[in-house]
Design a protein around this ligand. Structure first.
Ligand code: FES
Length: 144
């Protein structure tokens, strides 16, 4: 059996939503200190809906595929729904990732949460802090 699903290969070869949003409402950047991969997510938000999303990922193919799929899953969705997006949902949408690559999908979940938190902070919107686990204590990445 192939190591990577066709969906992973498709999103790796033809990633959706690559780029930056100059006037983004929220930007999230996370990195994994172990593999060194970095993921940056840009959000445009209108009336609580994610009207546009772009990403830049400097990392492995699974990280690129995870970012691409994650952006597709939250585009046009309410913020509340984007906050529910888990790395498991990203992995399932990609028809799976090898066990040693699951952390790549974690980066996508964390980058989106970080961008939403940035949006809330910049626009002084009150939010439930428990929705944003302290990145530095999770052991997966460091937010900078
Ligand atoms: Fe670390 Fe893919 S190998 S994000």
């Amino acid at each position: 059996m192939a190591l990577y699903s066709e969906k992973v290969m498709d999103h790796f070869r033809h990633p959706r939503n690559v780029g930056i949003i100059e006037d983004a409402d929220g930007i999230g950047e996370v990195g994994n200190p172990v593999c060194g991969d970095i993921m940056k997510i840009y959000l445009k938000i209108e009336k609580d809906i994610i009207s546009d999303v772009k990403f830049e990922t400097f990392g492995c193919g699974s990280a690129i595929a995870s970012s691409s799929m994650a952006t597709e899953l939250i585009k046009g969705k309410p913020i509340s729904q984007a906050l529910q997006l888990t790395n498991k949902a990203v992995t399932e949408a990609l028809d799976g990732l090898p066990a040693h690559k699951l952390h790549c999908s974690v980066l996508a979940e964390e980058a989106i949460k970080s961008a939403i938190k940035d949006y809330y902070d910049k626009h002084q919107i009150a939010y439930d802090h428990s929705q944003f686990p302290d990145c530095k204590s999770c052991g997966h990445c460091c937010e900078e």
